[in-house]
Design a protein around this ligand. Sequence first.
Ligand code: UT7
Length: 335
Amino acid sequence: MPTPAGSVPPRAAITGVATYVPERRVTNAEFAERLDTSDEWIVSRTGIRERRIAAPGETTSTMATEAVRRLMAARDLGPDDVDALIVATVTPDMLFPATACLVQDQVGLRNTWGFDLSAACSGFLYGLTTAAQLVASGTHRRVILACSDLMSAIIDPLDRTTAVLFGDAAGAVLLEPAEPGYGLLDFYHRVDGSGRDDLLMPAGGCLRPASHETVNAREHYLRQNGKTVFKFAVSQMAESITTLLQRQGLAPRDIAMVIPHQANQRILDATAERLGVPKERMASVIARYGNTTAATLPLALEDALLAGKIERGDLVVFVAVGAGLTIGASLVRWQ
Ligand code: UT7
């Protein structure tokens, strides 16, 4: 069953956003040099023109660390000012210790606790709800949610159906108690594990521990049933938003900005059409970054903020579908 309406007063608000993307831009032309693909196919089927790929030595934790440092500098926070740190990722530096522990140490946070959250492309949404509840309960004043994925570590460079889709990035948001009427108003989350085989990394867990056999079978790379996930994403993103709006007595015209997960421009266009939302109110950064899994929503949020598309008091909807399958949408009155 879907989650019930979620917010508990006092609500939590996003009070800061920062991102980090690696220096190196990889264009579609680079893929066309070594794979049976073309710029024309990639742009017309996905909307992606380039993506950032991490340098040797960069990891999910180092990217998250940079995003968190930038966030703390922007909000003038010191090492004692963060009560908890959640890291959303499906590409942890190691299975354990948690990437949150590595980021805490690298940033130099003191007196904090934290953990990793695995929800793939829905990581920001599930992390936002979790962090907001820590703040709303009154036990935490400042919680950082860092979303970081180094997809290039788990992408099969020889598989044209997935290699061209993903990029590396990190984003971080700060959650604090909201002013009355502002912040996270509601959320709708659902998981559907019957879609587990549609998007996965088959080996590396206890089901199929690393062995010569799993490496030879390329099972440590992401696999995706693209068409199935595409159809699921189109129907579920529109449905999740509609559910949230209906139970809040709102209509699509009340939403200033939809910040959707960025997997395919055609998914964004189809979702906009289903909802009757004009395309300029659907955030889109996919051309520059591709699909950066958990980092996608903070990247799109920061871009919309920098472009002046979100103002205080605006209603903003975040929405995503990801491996799991995970589904989520969140409604925020921007503070
Ligand atoms: O972030 C998590 C959620 N993920 C998603 O939401 C991803 C959803 N899926 C998609 O975005 C799309 O399904 C893809 C972009 C992955 C694929 O696009 P599609 O229009 O569904 O293509 P397709 O899988 O139906 O493939 C059509 C053809 C195939 O060739 P044949 O069998 O018709 O000869 C593919 O092999 O396109 C071929 N193809 C390519 N051709 C050139 C697949 N990838 C490429 C490529 N370059 N990179």
